[in-house]
Design a protein around this ligand. Structure first.
Ligand code: NAI
Length: 257
């Protein structure tokens, strides 16, 4: 059996992933604002460091895989903090515990939104890995609902690019740790409940995110892919964002691969 640390484990995709792993006998240490093994706030640097230390301690020092699911879709500054730094800084803080595993793996949840319009200055500022100036740009975007919506897509595009940039480096590939992302379409979780609450809002979502294969997806569709990416069987998948989105990427990006 393996020991997994899963952020966002109290709800949605993270909860579904934790459940599948527990049901098959693996050990899961959940990290979330509340309701799981480690209560921590991934929107702050101190919260990330404390959560990583606590999770490492509960695991006895060795963690086989980290799966980062915690995220927000609100048009607010905190979305940039949690979706980008709450993943990248948390993963960095977990690297020593991963390095003690014989088959360490890491995976994060990006989104098909990474393919949608973004605010390029926010994407670049996030990728510079300096939180204060990046969040200052997000604060400007958050002043207007139109630009506020770009915070989510920008955080996810930056996250996919961070995975691609970091995965081949010494810290990850060089240490034998596959690092990858998954890009879901519309997953039925508390995050999307409001978006899918009425026929009108659902029609709008479906126009923006076409899903010709089987429509909206359950959280298990993403959980099972995250579990494979973080299994010992994954020996050579490195730096990818794997879209598991009912065909949204194939429709929207077309030949531009
Ligand atoms: P969810 O809202 O059900 O779960 C997200 C979890 O993250 C919650 O338990 C929440 O408490 C936790 N979280 C939020 N802020 C936090 C913080 N500051 N510190 C610690 N934990 C925090 O949402 P869902 O749908 O399961 O989303 C999981 C991931 O999947 C997110 O990164 C989301 O952006 C991504 N995603 C979701 C899609 C969807 O259609 N539901 C589509 C594409 C990506």
């Amino acid at each position: 059996t393996r020991t997994y640390v899963i952020t966002g484990a109290a709800s949605g995709i993270g909860r579904a992933t934790a459940q599948i792993l527990r049901d098959r006998g693996d050990t899961v240490i959940g990290v979330d604002l509340q309701g799981v093994e480690v209560s921590g706030d991934l929107s702050t640097a101190a919260g990330r460091a404390n959560a990583a230390a606590e999770a490492t301690g509960l695991a006895g020092g060795t963690v086989d895989a980290v799966i980062a699911c915690a995220g927000l879709s609100l048009p607010k500054v905190v979305t940039a903090a949690v979706n980008y730094f709450g993943v990248t800084e948390f993963l960095e803080a977990m690297r020593p515990a991963l390095a003690r595993s014989t088959a360490p793996r890491a995976a994060v949840v990006s989104s098909m939104a990474s393919l949608q319009p973004v605010a390029p200055p926010l994407v670049e500022a996030l990728l510079a890995d300096d939180e204060a100036p990046a969040l200052a740009i997000a604060a400007e975007l958050a002043k207007d609902p139109q630009t506020g919506n770009l915070i989510y897509s920008s955080s996810k595009q930056a996250l996919s690019r961070w995975v691609r940039r970091e995965a081949p480096r010494a810290d990850w590939a060089g240490a034998g740790i596959p690092l990858n992302a998954v890009g879901p379409g519309i997953v039925e979780t508390p995050m999307t409940a409001e978006l899918l609450a009425t026929p009108e809002s659902t029609a709008h979502v479906d126009a923006v995110v076409p899903m010709p294969l089987n429509g909206h997806q359950g959280p298990e569709s993403i959980a099972n892919l995250l579990i494979w990416l973080t299994s010992a069987e994954n020996t050579h998948c490195c730096g990818q964002t794997i879209y598991c989105d009912g065909g949204s990427d194939a429709v929207l990006r077309g030949d531009d691969i």
